[in-house]
Design a protein around this ligand. Sequence first.
Ligand code: SAH
Ligand code: SF4
Ligand code: F3S
Length: 457
Amino acid sequence: MRAHVVTFGCQMNEYDTHAIQSELAGEGYSFVDDFREADLVLVNTCAVRGKPVEKAQTLLGELRKEKRRRRGLTVGLMGCLAQLPEGRRMGKRLGVDIMLGPGAITEIVPAIRRGKFQSFEFKRELQFYTPPPPTGAVTAHLTIMRGCNHRCTYCVVPATRGPEVSRPVEDIINEARALKESGVFEVTLLGQNVNSYGMAPGTGARRALMPGYPSFAELLRMVGRVGIPRVRFVTSHPINFDDGIIEAIADTPAVCRYIHLPVQSGSNRVLKRMAREYTREFYLERVRRVRELLPDATISTDLIAGFPGETDEEFEETLSLYREAGYDLAYMFIYSEREGTPAAIHFTDVPRSVKVERLTRLIELSKEVSLERNRKWIGREVEVLIKGPAEEEGFVQGHTRGNQVALVKGSLAVGIHRVMVRQATPNRLYCSAADALDSLSVNHYVPSGLCQLTSNL
Ligand code: SAH
Ligand code: SF4
Ligand code: F3S
């Protein structure tokens, strides 16, 4: 039997896809790249913005046609979109056979045996589920907790993934050990807010730990001792990103000095309407502490342009925060109204042209700041995890401990290397082997703002 699994969305979905594929492999399935050759097609979906929802809809439409052509094809809708009323309507309309929410992925085997099945439960067994390590992976994900207790007014994730559930620390360490044995060079610990790992229900800065759970800072130190050369984590929520975590990063050599700290907006009024639970000042103080304790750290963020009611002045505050924080990298989005979220229910959307104009300005600024930041690395030696050949001929590609994309001249093997940074663009460091004295000659490759713009709308 042959299966084809499509994944949209974040790293948590990629991790879940691996878990689903492990279960299917145990049932004797092999995997094919073309859905026309598959007996079972599963679409693991994302609903965070309108665009991934449209993509899922288009694919499910194609699959409905394929089902008409070919009897015996089973189609499953899984993941965040499946959990929402919007997704369930879509699945029904497009003749989907199996629907499983992100909390019900462990039911995939009974589902395919029955052929028609749906479940939107958050199964307790998922908390104790450990997938086997993937084969031949250079980097791997490791979900340490699921769900989210926050209520950011624009966001569907609390509805799609339910409340926070932390996995037992022993399972996490065992999974990390298995990944080390399988030869991975880098593991990324995953959660919507990894900083609140092990904390009792609730939100806010001061939450007690549940009995038997270490804090996230302690967990970082523990995973750091497993022996995987690089440990990273996403995502941090500023309200729980405390000094203990920054100290754990500083003390643990395996933990990369890369911090993804989503801010969303630089305006206190907008942050309040988003229910982000912190102020601009609180956030910038966190960034100041990182710079103080980890001077070489790279910091990235997520930003939303054109949240409902955002004025020109409020948007200017996002631009000024951007400069002040000096981000190395940013993921920028225009606000996308999502059915059922408090923002969609209570607030009126900003006109699309205004949102697009603001996103364009944000992208321009990000390119300027990233170029400044990346240029500071010229002439310095950095560690790169090479993953394979780059699109640009004559280069191999990887990423630094700071998560910058690095292109290295020559043909280095997959793995960790020390290289010298020779040139920088807003989104690339061009490097050569550390002992090569020649400077590098490259055609600067700077994707146009438009490329990024279209992918973020
Ligand atoms: N848990 C993480 C991120 C979750 S979703 C956090 O708290 O930061 C990833 C990013 O998508 C968010 O940080 C936000 O910038 C963006 N996002 C979420 N909902 C959105 C929406 N309705 N419109 C536009 N961007 C959104
Ligand atoms: Fe969404 Fe906010 Fe939770 Fe992140 S913290 S997943 S943005 S509700
Ligand atoms: Fe998307 Fe769900 Fe991740 S909505 S961003 S796949 S948590």
